[in-house]
Design a protein around this ligand. Structure first.
Ligand SMILES: NC(=O)c1ccc[n+]([C@@H]2O[C@H](COP(=O)([O-])OP(=O)(O)OC[C@H]3O[C@@H](n4cnc5c(N)ncnc54)[C@H](OP(=O)(O)O)[C@@H]3O)[C@@H](O)[C@H]2O)c1
Length: 288
């Protein structure tokens, strides 16, 4: 039986497939599910590609044929649309007798979360747990990759700017999330379990600024910005207003300490996820 990875043209989907292959999972059992089949075929020349659009239930039904496991990577659509996508995906998996669904969720998946899209994550977890299928919920921590990509600008500004006060974040890289996800997909014993994927240490924004400053040899400090200053930064970056408003609530969740560290990554993989310090040591030093 085969495993299908949805959103396989995205950064996380690609890394999950790369990790499965490096773990020795047979390529003939991997299916790259994609909304854009042509794009996926350019990425994967020796992996089966199937049309798999969360907005087209017929494509999901065809894609899941003879699959024992489907990994869901949610879209970045607004929550109302994502709920329909989740319902259709689970229903299609049930109709096609998929055995297990593994799911990339979010650590701030709590009813009391300040993050405005948390209700979507809570709903999706409940839907999955009540589906009657085996499931594994992987609640992903905040990606470190965008912070890393932002470093050249941070150096120019000599400032790390977020609308955050005292909250801390146990960042994790997409690479580590993908590795733990591939382990859970390819190994037994993860049925009906929930894991929070983070690195082992949460950083305050001041600590993160000092870390980046130390690595880059720049005097970087953290500056808390107001919600309106953040709105202006996003507007200048061309971000749509509804997304900006969602992100502002994400930083309220950071101040509510909803992105703290868990040891689940080590439980799954037997090693610790790279903290920002180790990630910078590995990738920033290699880059300069
Ligand atoms: N933890 C964090 O800090 C954090 C930050 C950002 C995002 N996320 C989450 O991470 C996930 C994606 O991450 P990523 O880095 O892989 O993003 P990405 O590189 O932007 O990839 C998004 C993927 O979603 C696919 N997609 C969009 N709409 C779709 C649809 N209707 N049907 C099927 N596929 C669809 C895209 O397909 P196309 O190639 O056709 O566009 C693409 O493959 C999302 O679940 C998002 O919520 C987490």
């Amino acid at each position: 039986m085969k495993v299908l990875i949805t959103a396989s043209t995205g950064e996380l989907g690609r890394k999950i497939i790369d990790s499965l292959i490096s773990l020795g999972f047979p390529k003939f059992r991997i299916i790259a599910g994609a909304r854009n089949v042509e794009k996926a075929k350019e990425i994967y020349d020796d992996i089966e590609v199937r049309h798999c659009d969360f907005d087209d239930k017929n494509s999901l039904l065809s894609a899941f044929d003879l699959c024992s496991l489907v990994h869901i990577i949610p879209t970045l659509d607004l929550p109302e649309k994502r709920i329909v996508q989740m319902n259709d995906t689970i229903d299609a998996a049930k109709e096609k007798s998929v055995h297990r669904i593994t799911w990339s969720g979010l650590v701030a998946s709590e009813k009391t979360s300040k993050f405005s899209i948390a209700p979507y994550f809570v709903y999706s977890e409940c839907k999955l747990m009540q589906s009657g299928l085996d499931y594994t919920i992987l609640r992903n921590g905040m990606y470190f990759d965008p912070v890393f990509d932002w470093i050249p600008d941070i150096i120019k500004m000599k400032r790390l700017k977020y609308p955050v006060s005292r909250g801390k974040i146990a960042y994790i890289s997409r690479e580590d999330i993908a590795y733990a996800t591939a382990k859970v997909i390819s190994e037994d014993g993860h049925e009906n379990k929930e894991y929070n994927l983070t690195s082992p240490r949460a950083y305050s924004m001041e600590e993160l600024a000092a870390l980046i400053g130390g690595f880059t040899g720049t005097d970087v400090s953290f500056k808390k910005i107001s919600d309106d200053e953040y709105r202006l930064l996003c507007y200048n970056d061309g971000l749509p207003e509804p997304i900006t408003e969602i992100l502002l609530t994400m930083y309220k969740a950071v101040d509510n300490n909803e992105f703290l560290a868990s040891s689940d990554f080590e439980t799954i993989t037997g090693r610790q996820a790279l903290s920002p310090n180790k990630y910078l040591k590995k990738y920033y030093k290699a880059q300069v």
